[in-house]
Each structure stands twice: as structure tokens, then as C-alpha cells.
Design a protein around this ligand. Structure first.
Ligand code: NAP
Length: 255
């Protein structure tokens, strides 16, 4: 067997688009990819100034791409601007997402549409725009951010559960269509991670305790805990990994 002398996780020369890169999981993933060598297009509605500065401090090229992903209006522009500014698009991380909480009996159409449009519709159409580019360029890596609610029902979050369950199916469908075209489509399912998205749960003493009691690792995850999984799925080490949903959850699903 030939021993490869290069690092299979090295992302040098690759360009990664990360949506929702200004904070939380998106920022942590953008910086993990930058640390592994990738240049970064930091996409979002709040400018990801800090993320871009930190990526540049690591010696990477990094650019802000302004886009509100509550509609699909920006998806082609995200691809075009990334290619214009950074010369390519090899990795797409669909991280931007929102959550709305209310009892199912009271849940509004607005709370349904807002979440499904951002978390599922825009993700599909950004995959489509990036996928067309990647297929035309010999391949790429797409990583969708799923959730424990890709596997479980959750409570008081009907549109979020529907969107993240949808992400699981969409990831597998795209893998089926694009695996033979050199595009790997996978997902990461974070467990309970301390970010803005989970601030309400962390602040609720009862929910916080019941969540902590169930996590074998005994702590909330930190956004930086997602970095290794993202680098792996973005790298050539994952060339034969397709349609997989990788849980990074401190053991939550094993319970
Ligand atoms: P967060 O801190 O609330 O970050 C969400 C990101 O999405 C922010 O950058 C936000 O931008 C961006 N975003 C939301 N709506 C957008 C829009 N219309 N256009 C552009 N960007 C938009 O939450 P997070 O925990 O890091 O969440 C990141 C992803 O992980 C989400 O998909 C979430 O569902 C998923 N996730 C989180 C957990 C967890 O425990 N935290 C668990 C499972 C899955 P702004 O700052 O401008 O709002």
C-alpha cells in the first residue's frame, strides 16, 4: 500500500462558503475550515466582520457576502460573488437557520413559513446553485446543518422539526443524484450547543436540567465542538462518504 505523505484533511487552496458565519456554529465552522487551510466566503445578513478578521489572521483570504436567506433571492448571487472574489467554490456549509417556539395548537402560519423558508427552501436552492457550479468544476463538498430533530420529534417547534427532518431527506436525495458527479453531500447533526439559538432553553432551569441530565458528556456542546466534523466532511478524507448525517452530540442519541 502506498503511504500518502500529505494530510488528508488539508483544505489548502479550497474555497468554502459558510452561511450564518457571523456567530455560533457558523462562525466556529468557518474558522475550523480556515484553520485547515480554506479561504472563506462568510455569508449572512449580519456582516461577519469578526469571522473574516480571524480567518485573515490565520493567513487565509476571507470575504463577506451579504445575503438574507429568508428568501431564495440571493442564492445565485452568493455563488457568483464567491467565485468573483475568491476564484472558486469547493465547499458549501448550509448553516444559517432560525427557530420559533409555540405550542402546536397555537402555531402560526408566519412561524411555519419563516422557519421552513430559511431552514429548508433556501438550503435546497443554495445547494442547487452551488451544485451546478461544483458539477461543472469536477466536484465539491456540501455540508448541511441538521439537528437532533432530524431524528426526534422535539416539542413546541413544529416548523423547526419539519425543516430539520427535511434536511435529512434532502441530504440523502442530493447524495443519490450527485455522488457520481464528484459532489459529496452530507450533514452534521449538532446536539445541544450553547449558542443564541438555544439561549431560551439554557435560561429555562427545568429544561436546562433535563437536557443536561440526558447528555452522556455531561455538558452543553460548544460551537467549536463541530469544527472537526466539518473539516472531515469538507476534506478528501470523506471522498467516499455520501448522504451521511453525522451526529456531534456528546452521546445524546446513544441514550
Ligand atoms: P445562532 O447563533 O442563532 O446562529 C444562526 C445563524 O443563522 C446566524 O448567523 C444568523 O444570522 C443566521 N441566519 C438566520 N436567519 C438568516 C437569514 N434569513 N439570512 C441569513 N442568515 C440568517 O444559532 P446556531 O446555534 O449557531 O445555529 C446554526 C445552525 O445550527 C442552525 O441551522 C441551527 O438550526 C443549527 N443547530 C443548532 C443547534 C444548537 O444547539 N445550537 C442544534 C442543532 C442545530 P443573524 O446573526 O443575522 O441572525
Amino acid at each position: 500500500m502506498e503511504v500518502a505523505m500529505t494530510n488528508p484533511f488539508d483544505l489548502s487552496g479550497k474555497v468554502a462558503v459558510v452561511t450564518g458565519a457571523n456567530t455560533g456554529i457558523g462562525q466556529a465552522i468557518a474558522l475550523a475550515l480556515a484553520e485547515a487551510g480554506a479561504d472563506i466566503a462568510a455569508v449572512g445578513r449580519t456582516p461577519a466582520q469578526e469571522t473574516v478578521e480571524k480567518a485573515r489572521a490565520l493567513g487565509r483570504r476571507a470575504e463577506i457576502v451579504s445575503a438574507d436567506l429568508s428568501t431564495i433571492e440571493p442564492v445565485q448571487r452568493i455563488v457568483d460573488e464567491t467565485v468573483d472574489k475568491l476564484g472558486g467554490l469547493d465547499i458549501l456549509v448550509n448553516n444559517a437557520g432560525i427557530i420559533r417556539r409555540a405550542d402546536a395548537v397555537d402555531f402560526t402560519e408566519e412561524d411555519w413559513d419563516a422557519v421552513v423558508d430559511t431552514n429548508l427552501k433556501s438550503v435546497f436552492f443554495l445547494c442547487q446553485a452551488a451544485g451546478r457550479h461544483m458539477i461543472g468544476n469536477g466536484g465539491g463538498k456540501i455540508i448541511n446543518i441538521a439537528s437532533m430533530l432530524t431524528f426526534q420529534g422535539g416539542i413546541r417547534v413544529p416548523s423547526y422539526t419539519a425543516s430539520k427532518s427535511g434536511i435529512g431527506g434532502l441530504t440523502k436525495l442530493l447524495a443519490n443524484e450527485w455522488a457520481s458527479k464528484g459532489v459529496n453531500v452530507n450533514a452534521i447533526a449538532p446536539g445541544y450547543i450553547a449558542t443564541n439559538n438555544t439561549a431560551a432553553l439554557q435560561a429555562d432551569e427545568v429544561r436546562n436540567k433535563s437536557i443536561l441530565d440526558r447528555i452522556p458528556a455531561g455538558r452543553w456542546g460548544d460551537a467549536s465542538d463541530l469544527g472537526g466534523a466539518a473539516v472531515f466532511l469538507a476534506s478528501r478524507a470523506a471522498n467516499y462518504v455520501q448522504g451521511h448525517i453525522l451526529a456531534v452530540d456528546g452521546g445524546w442519541l446513544a441514550r
